[in-house]
Ligand binder design. Structure first.
Ligand SMILES: *Cc1c(COP(=O)(O)O)cnc(C)c1O
Length: 400
C-alpha cells in the first residue's frame, strides 16, 4: 500500500470529479466534514444574490417574489430526497437541538407518556433536550435492543455515534420500538448527506438532522425535522409559533395549527443561511448517494488498514465492520488532544473528543484517497518526531 495505490484509486473514483465543486484551501487535508462541511462553489454567489439583488432591491417583496417564504419547505423537500422521506414530510429551519425539542415533545404528547429511552453514546445536547421534556433512561449502545420494553413511550437515538462512528441498525431498532408501542425518533446529524438513509422504508416516526455537517450548509446552517405523514394530524408542535399557524397573517390570538408538515415550523426562516444551504445541496443533484457510500467505505477501510499497519500504537475506536460504521474513523491515543493539534498545524484537520478520541471524518464528496495516505503518513511523523509534546499543543481551545 504505497501512495501510488491511492492515486490509482482516485483516478478511477466515480465521484472524484465532485471535489472540484468545492472551494478547498491549498495544503489542507480536510478530515472534519463531519463537524463543518466544506464550502461548495456557488454558495457565495447565491448568498450574494439574495443580498444584492433580492434584499437590497426588492426588500420585503422578496418574501413572495423570490420565494423566501417557501424556503423551509423547498429546502426540506431537497433534504427529504436524501433521507428516504416522502415529499412534504421535512421542513428546514431552527437548530438540531430545537428540532429535537419539537420532535420529542410532540412524540410524548402523542403517546401520552413520559418515558424516553436513549443511549450513552448520544450527543449531549440531545440528552439535555430530552431530559427537559421527560424521564430519560440511558443505557449502553449495545444494550438498546434488549432494553426496549413497553414501559417506554419514546425511543430516541442518534444513528451514528459522534465519537466512534458506530452505526445503529435503524430498521431493527425502529421495529423493536413499534413492537412495544413506542415512537421512534432518530437524529441523522452524521448520516444525512453521507450515505443513503431510508426513513420511510424503516417506518421511522420522527427524525432530525444537521445542515452544516455532510450537507455542507455552512456554519450555523439551519437543521431539519421529519414527521412521518401518518403523524401529521396528531403532531402538536410544543413551540407554537406563527409560522406553524393555519393563518399567520390573520394575526388572530387563538392557536390553530396549519395542516401538514408546515406545523413543524416556528418563526421567520433564516433566509440567508437557508439560501446558502439550498445552494450547497446542488452538489447532491449530480451524485448517487450509493456511490458516495461506496467511496466512503473505501476511504474508511483504507484509513483503518494503513493505521493498523503504520501506527500500531493507536487503538481503533470505530467498528471494523463497515456496515456498523458511518463515514468517520476514530482512534484513541492517551495524548490525542496534543497529537491532533500537531496534525492540524501540519494542515491535517480532524478533531478531538474527550478523553482521548481523535476523529477523522471522510466526506466522500471531496476527500481524496491520497488524503487518506497523506494523513496517516503525517500521523506517523508527528508521533515519531514527538512534535506533539510541545507545550503549545496541549493548551485547551474553546472549540475542539
Ligand atoms: C452536531 C450535532 C448536533 C448539533 O445540534 P445544534 O443544535 O445544531 O447545535 C446535535 N445532535 C447531534 C447528534 C449532532 O451530531
Amino acid at each position: 500500500m504505497n501512495r501510488a495505490d491511492f492515486e490509482q484509486r482516485d483516478a478511477s473514483d466515480p465521484v472524484g470529479h465532485m471535489r472540484a465543486r468545492f472551494v478547498m484551501p491549498e495544503d489542507v487535508i480536510y478530515l472534519d466534514g463531519n463537524s463543518l462541511g466544506a464550502l461548495p462553489k456557488g454558495v457565495r454567489e447565491r448568498v450574494d444574490e439574495v443580498i444584492s439583488a433580492q434584499w437590497s432591491q426588492d426588500l420585503i417583496r422578496s418574501w413572495t417574489k423570490h420565494g423566501w417564504i417557501d424556503l423551509p419547505r423547498r429546502v426540506g423537500n431537497r433534504i427529504a430526497a436524501l433521507i428516504g422521506a416522502d415529499p412534504d414530510t421535512v421542513v428546514c429551519g431552527d437548530t438540531t437541538s430545537v428540532n429535537l425539542y419539537k420532535a420529542i415533545g410532540a412524540a410524548l404528547e402523542m403517546t401520552g407518556g413520559q418515558r424516553i429511552l436513549t443511549d450513552s453514546s448520544n450527543f449531549p445536547t440531545d440528552v439535555y433536550v430530552m431530559s427537559g421534556l421527560g424521564e430519560v433512561t440511558i443505557v449502553e449502545p449495545d444494550a438498546v435492543i434488549e432494553s426496549i420494553d413497553a414501559s417506554f413511550d419514546v425511543i430516541a437515538l442518534t444513528e451514528i455515534d459522534y465519537r466512534t462512528g458506530r452505526r445503529h441498525d435503524m430498521e431493527t431498532i425502529t421495529r423493536a420500538a413499534h413492537s412495544v408501542g413506542a415512537l421512534m425518533v432518530w437524529d441523522l446529524a452524521h448520516s444525512a448527506g453521507a450515505f443513503p438513509v431510508d426513513l420511510a422504508g424503516c417506518g421511522v416516526d420522527l427524525a432530525v438532522g444537521c445542515g452544516y455537517k455532510y450537507l455542507n450548509g455552512g456554519p450555523g446552517a439551519p437543521a431539519f425535522l421529519y414527521v412521518a405523514p401518518r403523524h401529521h394530524e396528531a403532531f402538536a408542535n410544543p413551540i407554537r409559533g406563527w409560522f406553524g399557524h393555519a393563518a399567520p397573517f390573520d394575526f388572530r390570538l387563538d392557536w390553530e395549527p396549519v395542516a401538514g408538515i408546515d406545523r413543524a415550523q416556528v418563526g421567520t426562516p433564516h433566509v440567508l443561511s437557508m439560501a446558502a444551504l439550498d445552494a450547497a445541496l446542488d452538489v447532491f443533484d449530480e451524485v448517487e448517494l450509493s456511490d458516495l457510500r461506496a467511496k466512503s467505505v473505501e476511504l474508511t477501510e483504507g484509513f483503518i488498514a494503513l493505521v493498523e499497519k503504520l501506527v500500531p500504537e493507536v487503538e481503533l475506536a470505530s467498528p471494523r465492520d463497515a456496515d456498523l460504521r458511518g463515514s468517520q474513523v476514530s482512534v484513541r491515543h492517551p495524548h490525542g488532544y496534543a497529537v491532533m493539534q500537531a496534525l492540524i498545524e501540519r494542515g491535517v484537520i480532524g478533531d478531538f473528543r474527550a478523553p482521548d478520541v481523535m476523529r477523522f471524518g471522510f466526506a466522500p464528496l471531496y476527500v481524496r484517497h491520497v488524503d487518506v495516505f497523506d494523513a496517516v503518513t503525517h500521523l506517523r511523523e508527528v508521533l515519531d518526531e514527538d512534535a506533539w509534546q510541545e507545550p503549545r499543543f496541549s493548551r485547551p481551545s474553546a472549540v475542539t
